[in-house]
Design a protein around this ligand. Structure first.
Ligand code: SAM
Length: 328
């Protein structure tokens, strides 16, 4: 593939390889498939079809094993993002392509984004606590939004299913998007591209009216790069009207076991972006936050990282912590 084309790609592998015979890992070839284009932007494809019958049935039996594999997939995404960022700075750096191909192969062996999404969907099963809308909906009711006279427009980013808000369809109009759509009705769209959609795009009209609520549930932690995570939050602030709500869910360990992030730091970041926190809830595994946009955001996503007021900063140095952070 020409280098110029490679550089346009986002540093998130979407889906990766083919020629895979189950159980014969050495035959996997990371073949760059033709990229998909989502509203003019090139996205990386990982073809996972040969694995369709492999891991899911088995994974469904053990939530611990599913969680372990999902965590490993997150680690691969982080490594991939770091290498892709290095390659975009120095395309001639030695061995980068080899390392990136090796990571793509490993993700493809696991089943790629398609596997990851299906495994994440298993985690939303009622028997495992249900999806995170179960926390949000009562909060929206407490705020009286179920009877404020018009449909609430909710943007569900990283939507695995259209079922999550179906019981609320009388008062919530859900627009669902994902990098890799799992269902008809879920727009295949990058959240960061909303706002720059050409008016000729088929999805344009759905995104032309502002949203009352944006849900970023287990999406920000999916991103491997701390600056892009910050850009997701800035994008939410940019898209919401004043008083609009942001629902953010992160794995609890991103807050309670990170060297670089905790609840106080997250609150400071969100306040800086114009949000006030109106609800917070930690379960054994997840941290849920509901914010209201109280003032207009101050920064643009194109602001260079060097000027960022919230850079990576060591907060907790005890051993065994992870490196999760958000840079704004
Ligand atoms: C863990 S899954 C989502 C989970 C679901 N929202 C939940 O709460 O269980 C993360 C999803 O976010 C999607 N995603 C990540 N970055 C995105 C972006 N920039 N725009 C749209 N979807 C994105 C991924 O494709 C993936 O399907």
């Amino acid at each position: 593939m020409p280098k110029a084309a490679r550089h346009k790609r986002r540093a998130v592998p979407i889906t990766a390889a083919h020629s895979l015979s189950p159980g014969t890992a050495t035959t996997v070839a990371a073949v760059p498939l033709p990229p998909i284009h989502v509203d003019g932007q090139e996205k990386i494809i990982i073809d996972t079809k040969p694995l369709a019958s492999l891991p899911l049935g088995k994974l469904g039996k053990s939530s611990t094993e599913t969680r372990r594999r999902i965590n490993h997939f997150h680690t691969l995404i982080k490594q991939y993002s770091k290498l892709a960022a290095l390659r975009s700075k120095d395309p001639a750096a030695p061995d980068l392509d080899l390392k990136i191909d090796a990571l793509s192969r490993e993700m493809a062996q696991m089943g790629g984004l398609d596997w990851y999404q299906k495994a994440s969907l298993l985690g939303q099963a009622k028997s495992r606590g249900g999806d995170t809308s179960r926390w949000l909906v009562p909060k929206l009711r407490d705020l009286g939004l179920h009877r404020h006279g018009k449909m609430l427009r909710l943007l569900d980013v990283g939507a695995l299913s259209r079922q999550n808000y179906v019981k609320e369809k009388a008062w919530i109009h859900v627009v669902s998007i994902d990098l890799n759509s799992q269902e008809p009705g879920i727009h295949q769209l990058d959240f960061l591209d909303i706002g720059s959609l050409p008016s000729s795009s088929s999805a344009y009209s759905e995104f032309a009216t502002p949203f009352d609520v944006i849900s970023l549930s287990l999406v920000v932690n999916f991103i491997g790069d701390a600056v892009t995570r910050g850009n997701m939050l800035k994008q939410a602030a940019r898209l919401l009207p004043l008083q609009g709500l942001l629902f953010l869910v992160l794995p609890l360990s991103c807050l309670t076991n990170s060297r670089y992030l905790d609840d106080d730091r997250l609150l400071a970041i969100m306040n800086h972006l114009g949000f006030e926190q109106i609800a917070i809830h930690h379960t054994a595994k997840l941290a849920h936050y509901l914010y209201r946009l109280a003032t207009r955001p101050v920064a643009s996503s194109s602001e260079p990282a060097a000027a960022a007021p919230f850079k990576k900063k060591l907060l907790h140095s005890s051993p065994g912590r992870n490196n999760f952070t958000i840079v704004v």
